[in-house]
Ligand binder design. Structure first.
Ligand code: AMP
Length: 282
């Protein structure tokens, strides 16, 4: 579990009422952080380096025009993300994309931004080790990992470069809609909805698209009265702590329990849509 004392300087999640248009992702851009601009299907984006990166080359894809971070990903967002990841891969650099949607997802900035995290040795985040080991009975259908104790929905994408890019982008856009449908099914079964707009985390790798609905932004540890903020990186299997003390408290509480605490309960029957091997033994 990585430790990062610089995290203490990162802005904390905004409360919903302070969500507004002025922020660091609107012009004028900081020249040292500004990388480039791109256009995808009529939508314009700006690429910015992350000011508070935990690892080098963590960058952001920001809508040029102000859009809310509470809005769902569009086909253009997903296509731009997949193309950026592909461009990295062609140069031997592996990235995955994550999106923290809504204040309860662990997001801190109101302006729509997708984030890209480089992977140093592996070509996917730890959650992918579990997702890849699921044996699916049918292709083209969302699945869950039965051992994970929180609601989530995953779609397996066609293998990298196995199909024309436009076809993959179409599948990706449809997959996101089907995962959002399932996310709303998860919300519908709750006796009381979480506050505010629907919140969820999205993870995109070359193999899978994941959506994880959220019930709260932070988990209070049972010992130490520390609130642990969790965003998509936690659900990717990459929890980062600010101090040695926080790290041992987090291990004591057990990361899966923390994720359960900030996620939502699975709907009935969601434990067995894939045939798994014994995957939590790693
Ligand atoms: P989130 O917390 O999910 O909303 O993501 C916001 C991201 O933007 C975080 O990874 C921050 O480290 C990063 N960030 C915050 N302020 C700035 C800034 N002024 N310039 C660039 N990145 C920033």
């Amino acid at each position: 579990m990585p430790l990062c004392s610089a995290l203490a300087q990162k802005p904390q999640a905004s409360k919903p009422e302070v969500y507004g248009k002025d922020g660091p992702f609107s012009p004028p851009y900081v020249s040292g952080l500004y990388v480039d601009e791109l256009e995808e299907g009529g939508e314009e984006y700006v690429i910015l380096m992350n000011k508070y990166c935990v690892v080098p080359n963590h960058f952001l894809l920001v809508t040029k025009e102000f859009k809310r971070q509470t809005s769902p990903l569009t086909p253009q967002d997903l296509a731009a993300a997949y193309k950026l990841m592909s461009a990295g891969r062609r140069q031997g650099k592996n990235f995955f994309m994550f999106y923290n949607c809504g204040p309860l997802s662990g997001s801190s900035q109101p302006h729509k931004h997708l984030q890209f995290m480089p992977l140093v040795e592996e070509n996917a985040p730890p959650i992918e080790r579990l997702a890849r080991r699921q044996r699916l009975e049918v292709d083209g259908k969302a699945f869950v990992i039965s051992q994970l104790p929180y609601a989530h929905h995953i779609f397996r994408l066609p293998a990298y470069q196995s199909r024309p890019l436009e076809e993959v982008l179409d599948i990706l856009a449809q997959a996101f809609i089907s995962l959002m449908d399932l996310t709303f099914q998860t919300l519908r079964q709750l006796p009381v909805l979480p506050d505010g707009p629907p919140a969820y985390n999205v993870l995109l790798t070359f193999d899978h698209l994941h959506v994880i609905p959220r019930g709260s932004a932070e988990h209070q540890l049972s010992r130490g009265k520390v609130d642990i903020p969790v965003n998509a990186l936690g659900f990717a299997g990459m929890m980062i702590t600010k101090s040695e003390e926080e790290k041992s408290l987090l291990i004591e509480e057990r990361p899966l329990e923390i994720l359960r605490g900030v996620g939502l309960p699975k709907a009935e029957g969601e434990s067995c849509s894939a045939v798994e091997s014994s995957i939590l033994d790693d």
